[in-house]
Design a binder for this molecule. Structure first.
Ligand code: ADP
Ligand code: MG
Length: 250
């Protein structure tokens, strides 16, 4: 579904990503791990259109989309979350979920605002979709709480919920487990698994929590110094001496 083909990106003299190639297969939950500074976030920013690579290609369904802006990728079903959640703290959880399609379909709504019946239908659909997401992620009990007042873990779930309000096919998650307590981590892992199995989402996940990686991800891609040093199932890569070296030397 996504092919990262020989991507390079430098900042000043620093090669953040260098000759990096790997694939995210449709239907997979592909893990992306590696020590701090390995280039994972830079690569995510390139794949999602937030950064232009110096060279190389990003193929989405076979088309080179390197340098294509995020909003266009969004319309092709590629969305991401950020390491630090981007919620609107003075709106409720429910309102945060409603924002996503409003911004996305705003033009259509505006164009058809006289056709009330259709607008009402869309509103109904939107509310139903929000209810579905709230239930799916176990957030219904805090639906009317201000997003600024919910826990860090709940904010991560809300981020995932916002991707569910789009027509996402492939979702890139940057450290979904960071700062999330054990209970919510289980909810999060369960939600990701079910989105993958029941709703056909493909995921690429940067994660430092190795329990979560072991539980969720196949295959696991290991990056160090800007390129891929190993890939395969978790049990294989965790025994790989180069991987152990990269983490120890990190
Ligand atoms: P990771 O997410 O794996 O920890 P990053 O992609 O954040 O790694 O960083 C890779 C390297 O690129 C690091 O050496 C980092 O300091 C550098 N880097 C990342 N973003 C920038 C930037 N905007 N400007 C300068 N250097 C950067
Ligand atoms: Mg990072």
């Amino acid at each position: 579904m996504i092919q990262v083909d020989n991507i390079a990106k430098s900042f000043g003299g620093i090669k953040a990503v260098d000759a990096c190639s790997f694939e995210v297969a449709e239907g997979s939950i592909t893990g992306l791990i590696g020590p701090n500074g390995a280039g994972k976030s830079t690569l995510f920013n390139i794949v999602t259109g937030f950064l232009k690579p110096d060279s190389g290609r990003i193929l989405l369904d076979g088309d080179n989309v390197a340098g294509v802006p995020p909003e266009q990728l969004f319309h092709r079903g590629l969305v991401r979350t950020f390491q630090t959640p981007h919620e609107f703290s003075r709106m409720t959880v429910r309102e945060n979920l409603m924002l996503v399609p409003a911004g996305q379909r705003g033009e259509n709504l505006l164009q058809s605002w006289l056709r009330w019946a259709r607008v009402k239908d869309q509103e109904r659909q939107l509310l139903d979709q929000v209810d579905d997401v709230l239930a799916f992620l176990n957030l219904d009990h805090i639906a009317d709480t201000l997003a600024g007042n919910i826990s860090g873990g709940q904010k991560k779930l809300l981020e995932l919920g916002r991707t569910m309000m789009t027509d996402a096919r492939v979702v890139l998650l940057d450290e979904p487990g960071a700062g999330v307590n054990r209970t919510l981590l289980a909810t999060l892992a369960d939600a990701i698994t079910r989105l993958n199995r029941e709703r056909g989402y493909t995921f690429c996940v940067i994660e430092h929590d190795m329990d979560l990686v072991a539980q969720l991800c196949a295959p696991v891609i290991v990056m160090a110094n800007g390129s891929v040093i190993a890939q395969g199932d978790f049990d294989t890569i965790r025994r790989n001496p180069q991987v152990i070296d990269a983490y120890l030397g990190g």
